[in-house]
Ligand binder design. Sequence first.
Ligand SMILES: Nc1ncnc2c1ncn2[C@@H]1O[C@H](COP(=O)(O)OP(=O)(O)OP(=O)(O)O)[C@@H](O)[C@H]1O
Ligand SMILES: [Mg+2]
Length: 163
Amino acid sequence: MNDETLMNSIKINSKNTNETKKIGKIIGKAIKAGDIIILKGEMGTGKTTLTQGIGDALEVKSVVNSPTFILLAKHEQARIPLYHADLFRLSDYKGSIELDLTEEAHDGVLVIEWPEIAEEILPVERLEIEFYYAQNEDERIIKITDKYAKYEKLIKEINNIQK
Ligand SMILES: Nc1ncnc2c1ncn2[C@@H]1O[C@H](COP(=O)(O)OP(=O)(O)OP(=O)(O)O)[C@@H](O)[C@H]1O
Ligand SMILES: [Mg+2]
């Protein structure tokens, strides 16, 4: 079986900020400690917004916002801790990043914005989410890929809210 046959992905249309948060909340309810989620997409497409929804579902007590200047925001007061990374500004110390992040986040959920710089060294078993601008100003296409069929129930659930 090649990767293609295992691939399970879904595209959702989000009409506004709140819908993206809601999708994040559904994802947050389905994930567990140790899970890794990577978020790809141009600036302003909603990666942090979705992470706020995930944070809600994990019952994070601190405010989830853009961690651009701190690399890793730790929200440890929660039902499940949320570790929110933004690798946008990362350029050189790539070698140690996987170790650091996955180690730091082992007891919680690790969400990574701008994972591209470290992509090949991040664990492969992860939920991948891509964000795209769409026709209207507040519209986004959100593509969720569950390459290892670890989140079938979640994909189905999201499929259902679309109908
Ligand atoms: N459908 C939508 N989904 C998500 N955000 C939306 C949507 N429509 C409008 N927005 C707005 O777009 C902005 C998205 O910002 P956000 O910080 O989540 O993007 P980002 O992908 O994390 O950007 P960056 O790459 O700079 O970190 C917010 O101001 C949000 O209110
Ligand atoms: Mg962001």
